[in-house]
Design a protein around this ligand. Structure first.
Ligand code: TNX
Length: 689
């Protein structure tokens, strides 16, 4: 069977299996559309699309042609010759550009009418017509040939509805990118932010700088981890064992053309001035001179700006986007501070610190882009060194950067790690594939509000974006597994009004959307088998020490205080995320004593610890429990040795404890940290029974 026959067969199967028996009208049929439309009004009857729709356009040709092409390639049934509108009135699909007063104000909004007399989509803009078609497609896939009559009025909450894809840490080719854009379009997402460059690989062919793709695009180590553990070694195109790849200019043209047809803007990111080891490997003369190693471009060397502006010129030729992202995150300062050229630039420009030096460099690029009619976007660090007024801030280190930027009058895109980082775990971290630190299940993505009513400057929030970093994402299947269904939730956060949010309704629609996605060949996480939050954390544990005072010989770290002195005896055990309920100790181990308030029979003492390698959190080497009558003389009860391998990257939750028979008033726990980087220990709830 050839490919197109297979596809036809597949679509036929979808269309027939989609019709849900017994679902006769909208009031009865639960909507399946993701993201949830603003308003759905049931009408009576059905629209019959069997036999194919005939298309009718009340739009200029330039709008009609791409829409018609999209419809013809879509699963929507179209009469073979396009049909004659006059001969089959009930089978007409009319697309109309209109300024009608009842239409949503946004050119991305639309009005869709499904009626026995025909189907119409009306909008002020081509994008709105396109989104109306996406909704129609979802209805068709759900109901098949008989779509219950209804009217939908819909428009987006935000103009920036984004997905970020890191193609540097692992390279994903243009076919993969186009496939994800097709799903984005179904979800009414309209910005694809491509992280094209980073230390682990440069992914864009640039005229005039062949070394960037001959050297910078290739590394030793097929996976990011091998490269990382091997000491960040760059390779060369064609060298044995070299891993890499890049987009040729033709690839970019293809991606951009596809994006345009799907009403997506591709926002390219060129990392500057940090995360640039691959550039330094390609052009060693751009490194600082002071003998301190770093992954930053030397900002005192004019050649750095010549190269970056040369690269950006190519970027501007290839990407027609309004926005260009210049990175700006996580730049170290040590190399600049030691570098005579950078120090010279600071003196010359009157810059008091390395942060100001970075701000100066970023502003230069911002001016460069503005002169070419584009707007600069940067990660929230770009705010620190003083930012040009028109620049857009992408807030990733929590929401604070975004809030500050908005209050200062900058446009912002919210993409805080705690809600938008799809490289974190979506389910039980002990059984899921290795991911970045953090637990971000579907309900949490869905719960996010990028611009709550209380936010100062909330009108500055352009929108919201999900980020998929790919340090641990090595294959296409894995990337899709991390994206879906969480991207459905993000799409709904970005498109649908915050009022009327309802997770169980969304969950039902997400199950449907995930099953559609699988039929279409996307590898999604299986939501039907979601395990959910750590069970131990779900209900209070009413053990004997609940509410008892705890004396701390070692102080918790102020970054992870949990509930302060109450944390370890509040009856609540920690969840998958180490950021709540768990108390963090840095470099000191843990030495705490629980006062049971009177001498008590005890049969069990236990506490939990976490190991989370990517967050530098380790199991203790050993945990000893002591008892005492007077809190002065302690007798050892038990020492529990750690059995979990310190090098194991898979996160783990382990109980260290003792069972037996004893009597005591004071119970002391001493957890010793190993000699690991940072030496974080995270513990929670000392349970005594
Ligand atoms: C932080 S988000 C980074 C990325 C990493 C990511 C991993 C940002 C601007 N920088 O370089 O890939 O964390 O979650």
């Amino acid at each position: 069977m050839n490919r197109s026959m297979r596809l036809v067969g597949l679509w036929a199967a979808i269309a027939s299996s989609a019709a849900a028996p017994g679902c006769h009208d909208v009031a009865e049929c639960e909507s399946v559309v993701v993201p949830r439309p603003s308003e759905v009004r049931p009408l009576s009857g059905h629209s019959l699309v069997s036999g194919g729709l005939s298309l009718s356009f009340a739009t200029p040709d330039s709008v009609a042609r791409p829409l018609e092409e999209w419809v013809r390639r879509s699963p929507l049934p179209v009469a073979p010759d396009g049909g004659s509108a006059a001969s089959a009135p009930g089978h007409t699909l009319t697309l109309e550009l209109s300024q009608g007063a009842t239409l949503p104000a946004s050119a991305e909004g639309y009005h869709l009418r499904v009626h026995p007399a025909g189907i119409s989509v009306r909008s002020r803009g081509a994008a709105g017509l396109f989104y109306g078609l996406q909704t129609l497609l979802a209805l068709y896939e759900r109901h098949g040939d008989q779509i219950p009559a209804q009217e939908i009025t819909d428009s987006p909450r935000f103009g920036w509805r984004g997905l970020h894809l890191d193609v540097s840490r692992h390279f994903f080719d243009k076919e993969f990118v186009k496939k994800q854009m097709r799903m984005m379009a179904r979800l009414k997402l309209n910005r694809l932010h491509l992280h094209l460059t980073d230390a682990a690989g440069w992914r864009l062919e640039v005229g005039g700088f062949p070394e960037l793709t001959e050297v910078g695009a290739w590394r030793e180590g097929a996976t990011w981890r091998e490269w990382e553990e091997g000491g960040h070694r760059q390779s060369r195109q064609g060298a044995e064992g070299a891993y890499g790849g890049f987009f040729s200019r033709a690839d970019v043209e293809d991606i951009v053309a596809t994006a345009r047809s799907l009403h997506i803007e591709v926002v390219p990111e060129i990392e500057f001035p940090g995360h640039s080891e691959e550039v330094l490997a390609s052009m060693p003369d751009l490194a600082c001179r002071g003998g301190v190693a770093g992954g930053e471009l030397c900002l005192g060397n004019e050649r750095s700006f010549e190269v970056v502006e040369g690269v950006l010129s190519e970027v501007l030729r290839l990407f027609p986007s309004e926005y260009v992202h210049i990175g700006g995150d996580e730049a170290g300062h040590a190399a600049w501070e030691a570098c005579p050229l950078c120090r010279g630039a600071m003196l010359r420009e009157g810059l008091g610190s390395a942060a100001e030096l970075q701000g100066w460099g970023v502003r230069r690029l911002g001016d460069f882009l503005a002169r070419h009619g584009r707007r600069m976007v940067g990660w929230d660090e770009t705010l620190e060194g003083g930012l040009a007024p028109g620049a857009v801030v992408m807030s990733w280190r929590g929401e604070e950067g975004g809030r500050r930027a908005a209050a200062m009058g900058h446009d912002v895109v919210m993409t805080p790690g705690a809600f938008c980082y799809l490289d974190s775990y979506q389910d039980n971290p002990t059984t899921e594939p290795l991911a970045m630190s953090g637990y971000l299940p579907l309900p949490r993505v869905y719960s996010y509000d990028p611009a709550p009513p209380t936010m100062e400057g909330r009108e500055r929030v352009l929108g919201v974006q999900a980020n998929l970093w790919t340090e641990h994402v090595e294959t296409e299947d894995h990337a899709e597994y991390m994206l879906y269904p969480r991207l459905f939730a993000l799409a709904e956060v970005a498109w649908s009004a915050a009022e009327g949010k309802n997770y169980s309704d969304f969950h039902r629609r997400a199950l449907w959307a995930a099953s559609r996605a699988r039929t279409l060949g996307y590898n999604t996480f299986d939501l039907t088998h979601e395990q959910g939050e750590r069970h131990e954390s779900l209900r209070p544990d009413n053990h004997r020490a609940v509410g008892c005072p705890v004396a701390y010989k070692t102080a918790w770290n102020s970054a992870y205080p949990a509930e302060g002195a109450q944390t370890l005896t509040n009856g609540l055990r920690g969840p998958w995320s180490y950021k709540t309920r768990w108390q963090g100790f840095l470099g000191t181990g843990v030495d705490v004593t629980v006062d049971l308030r009177k001498t008590t029979d005890i049969g069990e003492v236990a506490a939990d610890f976490v190991q989370w390698h990517s967050a530098w959190i380790w199991m203790p080497e050993r945990v000893s429990f002591y008892v005492s009558e007077d809190s002065t003389d302690f007798r050892l009860l038990h020492t529990a040795e750690n059995g979990y391998p310190p090098d194991e990257r898979r996160p783990a939750w382990q109980t260290f404890g003792w069972r037996g028979r004893d009597r005591a008033r004071y119970v002391r726990m001493v957890a010793e940290a190993g000699k690991r980087q940072g030496g974080w220990l995270f513990t929670d709830e000392i349970r005594i029974n």
